[in-house]
Design a binder for this molecule. Structure first.
Ligand code: NAP
Length: 278
């Protein structure tokens, strides 16, 4: 069965729109776009589109000629102090030579709708209310939508990146799953994947998850994005893997749409004080 991220996104966005209208919420999301990176333009356009769809005002702060972290930090501080701004996103990547971590740590955790600050990461690790990283949170929401119980399930996450793999460890632990994490230095990936009920691949290498690596009845979540000839190719060899799975995400159309739905959810939660795990 397909885990249809687009359908779940649309349902969540309809609820968000209804809530924003009913509660007459006046919400603004600031997106800082430092430098120039083609894929970022698409992601920002997408965030802008869905903000407008639900009634959140998107403000894009383009800094094409930025030369130092200080310029970005000054803008972040300004946005922190502006009570009309509810959420702040620093679009990644920023220009080479500039340290994104140095900038992110200046974002007010209550406006940190990407969930990247150490305050929010700590809260996730301790299972406390806070703003959570959107892709991992979206994966859990997608599984919840399909009533997939995670308690006691064996989950392997492939990829230990800061945006997906690492926060996802805690998302699954907080749901009482048993978690294994693999990466480029892990030996015998196939042995690991075959031993797990749920496989999440967050690597970015086309079709590294093949049919022989998936046990019958497994759940497979494909996070990876590689753009090839203008098309998205996932980490999972979908056509050959799908028939073995109880559930599988399409890619595109699975995790990506859930990520944007969580950005919107986090803007609403940020407005409410950043203390809700929606
Ligand atoms: P990242 O920080 O570059 O992490 C990639 C991870 O993959 C690293 O931990 C790396 O291991 C591991 N890896 C590389 N080759 C491997 C191999 N052959 N076997 C096992 N592990 C391997 O990337 P990220 O930011 O986490 O993103 C991961 C992917 O998800 C990317 O394709 C990205 O575009 C996509 N993504 C999608 C969404 C969405 O909404 N759909 C959101 C965010 C990211 P080492 O740590 O040992 O180097």
């Amino acid at each position: 069965m397909l885990l249809d991220g687009k359908m779940v996104r649309d349902s969540l966005l309809a609820k968000a729109k209804e809530q924003i209208e009913r509660e007459k919420l006046n919400l603004t999301l600031a997106i800082i776009y430092a430098g120039h990176y083609e894929p970022s333009e698409r992601y920002i356009k997408n965030k802008k589109k869905y903000c407008e769809q639900v009634g959140i005002k998107p403000l894009i702060f383009a800094m094409p000629n930025v030369k130092s972290e200080e310029e970005i930090i000054n803008l972040i501080e300004k946005l922190n102090n502006d009570s009309n701004i509810n959420g702040i996103i620093l679009q990644s990547p920023i220009p080479k030579g500039l340290d994104i971590e140095k900038c992110i740590k200046h974002i007010n955790p209550q406006k940190d709708v990407d969930g990247f600050t150490k305050d929010n990461f700590y809260k996730l690790a301790h299972n406390l209310p806070g703003l959570r990283s959107c892709t991992p949170k979206g994966i859990i929401k997608l599984l919840e939508y399909y009533n997939i119980d995670l308690s006691g399930k064996k989950v392997c996450i492939i990829g230990r990146g800061n945006i997906v793999g690492k926060p996802l460890i805690f998302e699954f632990l907080n749901k009482d799953a048993t978690v294994t994490i693999a990466h480029s230095k892990s030996s015998n990936l196939k042995e690991i994947t075959l031993n797990n009920d749920i496989i999440v691949s967050a690597v970015g290498k086309p079709h590294i998850i093949t049919e022989d690596m998936v046990k019958d009845g497994a759940i497979v979540i494909d996070v990876g994005i590689t753009v090839f000839d203008g098309k998205i190719v996932g980490d999972v060899d979908f056509d050959n893997v799908k028939d073995k799975c109880a559930y599988i995400t399409p890619n595109p159309g699975g995790v990506g749409p859930m990520t944007i739905a969580m950005v919107i959810q986090n803007v609403i939660d940020a407005y409410k004080g950043g203390n809700i795990n929606g």
